[in-house]
Design a protein around this ligand. Structure first.
Ligand code: GDP
Ligand code: MG
Length: 163
């Protein structure tokens, strides 16, 4: 069985860009609009001879209770339930937000392996801004740039290591 990896995080952090990078596809819609990818979206990924399945998700608004946003949270929770591992994506340029902390709390409540990816970190992997993400209590943050393909292999090595 291929391991299933869910990409989770608030809108606009770069989940779909990471999905495209991992699956080498243009399938997920990458947009400058927050939360455009509203459905779960599956793709095949490969690292060397290791294969895996990636699930892209829309946004995640765990405390919201209406309409599309609630549907997005539901889709994301279903993706997490299906996954063997989660990549929790945050954005170094926006910094840590209360929303990220809400997602971290949710992810701690489910019994899944979670890896924290700090995206948009091109040229910033040594930045002191990385440190604040330790507060999420999700272990060492992995600096990545989904757009530029940096840090992806090291992240995937960690994610796929148990499988
Ligand atoms: P999603 O809502 O989490 O799926 O985010 P998207 O993948 O749609 O990306 C949101 C925005 O962030 C787009 O404008 C992307 O081009 C941009 N973006 C994604 N990854 C990176 C990155 O590694 N570096 C930078 N600078 N921008 C990125
Ligand atoms: Mg998206």
């Amino acid at each position: 069985m291929k391991p299933v990896i869910a990409l989770v995080g608030r809108p606009n952090v770069g989940k779909s860009t990471l999905f495209n990078r991992l699956t080498k596809s243009r399938d997920a819609i990458v947009a400058d609009f927050a939360g455009l990818t509203r459905d779960r979206h599956y793709g095949d990924g490969r690292l060397g001879d290791r294969e895996f399945i990636v699930i892209d998700t829309g946004g995640f608004e765990p405390d919201s209770s209406t309409g599309i946003v609630k549907e997005m949270a539901k889709q994301t929770k279903q993706a997490v339930a299906e996954a063997d591992a989660v990549i929790f994506v945050v954005d170094i340029r926006l910094g840590l937000s209360a929303h990220d902390s809400d997602i971290a709390r949710y992810l701690r409540s489910v019994n899944k392996r979670v890896h924290l990816a700090v995206n948009k970190a091109e040229g910033m992997s040594e930045s002191p801004l990385m440190n604040e993400f330790h507060e999420l209590g999700m272990g060492d943050p992995h600096p990545i740039s989904s757009a530029h393909g940096q840090g992806i292999r090291s992240l995937l090595d960690a994610v796929l290591e148990p499988f």
